[in-house]
Structures are given as structure tokens and as C-alpha cells.
Design a protein around this ligand. Structure first.
Ligand SMILES: [Zn+2]
Length: 227
């Protein structure tokens, strides 16, 4: 795509961001074929699934799932890259809605009270302009018909880049980086914490640990993708 095409596509997206083919009718950002072809995990249908097992012995989780698997170099990895780094935040909403429609089929997450996206540090938020997880939460919220909340959980300090660190270093690196404003508002709630991609899970683990300090809180996890 040339620059002009990229710019017009940003404001009038008429091509699928995933495969580059034309969009038709009600299609927005991603074509129907690309949505249908998403390598869904369907892990929400399994008790004690692989995602839940990742948190065993670390933090109590009621229900956890990731919507799709993404392969290195796949067009879905490209899509996540556009969502996270290239300003195409609406991809999050579209995929969040699409995922929620699948979750609804068997009533997954119908017992949650509120959806909370993993927050970015304000400095990072300013730099990127948006929090991709918030857009995923918006999509989920619309279809699951549950509110999403960005007012309470926040990132209290910046963490150094995670990429060159071991699992334990990553965990240490994210310890105590989250905090909650007016935690009493969330007392007794079942909170669905949302992130874009599940890698080591240490960020989510720390989010949940912070939320679980609030009396009678229960926590569940949704990520759009898992490596
Ligand atoms: Zn497509």
C-alpha cells in the first residue's frame, strides 16, 4: 500500500485489514472470510483449559480463555500488529464483538459484573494515543451487555521492556505496578480482565492480584489471542 492508500484506508477503510480484499456491505475493517477463518481456540468450552492451567498455583481465576491462536507471520499476527502499534484501534472493537458473540453461545462470562482492560501507563498511553485492550473491552461490552470500566485499575509505575527477560524476571518486573482507585466501588464484583495477547501471563497475574485485594472480588480472564 502506498502512503495515500494507507491514509485513505485509515479514514475510509474499504479494504480488509487482514487480507487486503475489498469489503462489502456491512463489513468493517475485516472481511467475513477472515473473521470465519480465525483459528479459534474454543477453550471457553473446556473446564480447566490450557489458559486456566497457566494460572494455577499463581492466582485464583474463575474462568479464562483466549479467542484465537496466532501463528508467527500469519495474517492474524499482522492484524494484532496493526491493532497494537499502527493506530487501527477499531480492530479491537470488531474482534471483541466477534469473540463475544461466540462466548455468548454457551453463556460464557454471563455471570461477570464488569469488564476491565489491562491499563497502560499514562506515558505510554500518550505516546500510542489509545489502549488497544480498552477497544477489545468495548467490543466485548457491547455484545455481552456488561459495562466496561477504565476508572479504577491503573498502572502506578512504568515497567521496563519485557522482551529480553526470562519468565521470572518478567514477573518481578511487573510486581506492584498496578493499583486501584476507589477500590470500594468494586467490592464483591466478578471482574473480567481483558488483554490483547497472552504470553507469559505475568501482567495479568499482577492485575488480578491487585484486584483480589478488594473484598469478595472474583476474577476471570479474556485475551484476544494466545501464542
Ligand atoms: Zn479479509
Amino acid at each position: 500500500m502506498n502512503i495515500f492508500r494507507q491514509l485513505t484506508n485509515l479514514f475510509y477503510p474499504d479494504l480488509c485489514l487482514c487480507c487486503g480484499e475489498n469489503l462489502y456491505g456491512q463489513e468493517e475493517y475485516i472481511c467475513t472470510k477472515c473473521l470465519c477463518d480465525i483459528p479459534k481456540t474454543n477453550l471457553h468450552l473446556q473446564q480447566d483449559n490450557l489458559i486456566e492451567q497457566r494460572f494455577w498455583g499463581k492466582v485464583p481465576v474463575e474462568k479464562a480463555t483466549a479467542f484465537f491462536f496466532f501463528g508467527k507471520g500469519s495474517r492474524y499476527q499482522h492484524l494484532l500488529h496493526l491493532l497494537k502499534y499502527k493506530g487501527y484501534c477499531e480492530i479491537g472493537t470488531v474482534l471483541g464483538q466477534y469473540a463475544a458473540a461466540h462466548l455468548l453461545e454457551n453463556g460464557t462470562f454471563q455471570n461477570i459484573d464488569v469488564i476491565v482492560p489491562v491499563p497502560l501507563h499514562p506515558k505510554k498511553l500518550r505516546k500510542r494515543g489509545y489502549n488497544q485492550s480498552e477497544y477489545i473491552a468495548r467490543g466485548l461490552s457491547k455484545v455481552l451487555n456488561k459495562p466496561y470500566d477504565t476508572a479504577h485499575l491503573y498502572r502506578a509505575r512504568e515497567n521496563a521492556t519485557q522482551t529480553k527477560k526470562s519468565v521470572f524476571e518478567r514477573y518481578q518486573n511487573t510486581l506492584g505496578i498496578f493499583d486501584v482507585h476507589q477500590p470500594e466501588d468494586l467490592t464483591g464484583k466478578h471482574i473480567l480482565v481483558v488483554d490483547d495477547v497472552l504470553t507469559t501471563g505475568s501482567t495479568l497475574e499482577n492485575c488480578l492480584n491487585e484486584l483480589l485485594k478488594i473484598p469478595h472480588v472474583r476474577t476471570s480472564i479474556f485475551t484476544l489471542a494466545v501464542t
